[in-house]
Design a protein around this ligand. Structure first.
Ligand code: 13P
Ligand code: SF4
Length: 367
């Protein structure tokens, strides 16, 4: 989604006028070691500059499991804060500065739909689907889906360890049920040499996913029909355009991009891998990057000796991440100073235990 520049400027002005920066700094000084701020790479600079730890989804979940502070303030989106709550100690409190910071992809699969799909798969594959098919949920999903996966022997994966997760799954079962991001599943499967006709798409709005028994029986990976609205915007034509203008340019994209884009790219990787690859590239090298605009702008500003640009001519912005403002951060931190917990993310205990099984599996699988 594109947010007009004047709205961005207005928001910056509001934060500035409210003295958000000074308020955050003051609160952090008082709270000291009691609070840790975790920030995802897609957060805007005005927020992420306060993060004690900045990372991709995998790094943040690993960090979330090790943090010692009493309060974990998550500058990310809802599913990330839920995962931090699942992995943190019982006496720790996780806070999302703005409860509207969700993820449109995570919203594309819910428990009812997944339970229906599982029952229908059972119908086709036989009594015990667990003997045949491994559920894997992308980190970008609700806690109750992680619990479903945990309960059925599966794992969570992120964009940086999807290969490891699929290898782990195929060592145990012949098929994988992958949700909610069809693109990450397809790109990873393709990279592992799985033919396209063995990766079918499950449409949650049709009975049996809109698939025939034969398609289900012959599939290696059943991909949920979900996608990221930000990465979906990158198109193969964007790659052609940059190559035309700069024949020596490198194209690097996130695996949430469509396969047609990934196929044309030189490098594919999670946000952390994108950062590292460009960091390690020689001065003067050129990069067109297919991921969220705040991260691309940050990389560009940090490497003035390299040519770095967004792959798309349009501003590919994660509008839900963007909902967290410095003002939100100031409000929740000042709340803590006053002894008030605002916007706590608390996963119910029964869901937490099962989801933790799936997250712990993910953390133990080699990448
Ligand atoms: P990573 O953090 O795994 O790169 O994923 C990007 C993303 O879409 C987070 O929502
Ligand atoms: Fe969700 Fe896409 Fe935003 Fe990531 S970038 S939080 S997948 S909408």
């Amino acid at each position: 989604m594109t947010i007009p520049v004047h709205e961005i400027q207005e928001q910056t002005l509001i934060d500035h006028e409210a003295g958000a920066v000074e308020r955050i700094e003051r609160a952090l000084e008082i709270l000291g070691d009691d609070v840790v701020i975790l920030g995802h790479h897609y957060q805007r600079d005005e927020v992420v500059r306060f993060a004690h730890f900045q990372g991709d989804s995998f790094q943040l979940s690993r960090e979330g499991a090790q943090v010692d502070a009493r309060y974990i303030v998550f500058a990310g989106v809802h599913f990330m804060a839920e995962s931090a709550d699942i992995l943190s100690r019982d006496d720790q409190i996780v806070i999302l500065p703005n409860l509207n910071a969700g993820c449109s992809m995570a919203d594309m699969a819910n428990l009812e739909q997944v339970l229906t799909a599982w029952a229908e798969l059972e119908d086709v594959l036989g009594e015990d689907p667990e003997a045949h098919i491994m559920p894997i949920t992308y980190m970008n999903s609700a806690a109750n889906l992680k619990a479903f996966v945990g309960e059925h022997g599966g794992t969570v994966c992120t964009s940086s360890n999807a290969h490891g997760a699929l290898n782990w799954a195929f060592a145990q079962r012949e098929k994988v049920f992958f949700f909610p991001d069809q693109h990450l599943g397809r790109n990873t499967g393709r990279d592992m040499g799985i033919p396209l006709h063995e990766m079918v798409v499950w449409n949650p709005f049709k009975s049996y996913g809109g698939l025939t028994d034969e398609q289900i029986l012959n599939a290696k990976i059943i991909l949920w029909q979900g996608h990221c609205s930000v990465h979906q915007q990158f198109a193969p034509g964007h790659v052609d355009l940059w190559r035309e203008r700069h024949p020596d340019i490198n194209i690097i994209v996130h695996p949430e991009c469509r396969m047609e884009v990934v196929e044309k790219a030189d490098f594919i990787g999670s946000t952390a891998k994108i950062i590292k690859t460009i960091e390690n590239a020689p001065a003067g090298s050129k990069w067109a990057v297919g991921t969220e605009v705040h991260l691309v702008n940050r990389i560009k500003n940090e490497h003035p000796d390299k040519f770095v640009t967004l792959l798309s001519p349009f501003s590919c912005l994660c509008s839900t991440m963007y909902r967290i403002s410095p003002l939100d951060l100031a409000t929740v931190l000042e709340g803590l100073v006053d002894g008030e917990v605002i916007n706590q993310i608390s996963v119910p205990e029964d869901i937490k235990q099962k989801a933790k099984l799936a997250l712990d599996r993910m953390l133990s699988i080699p990448k």
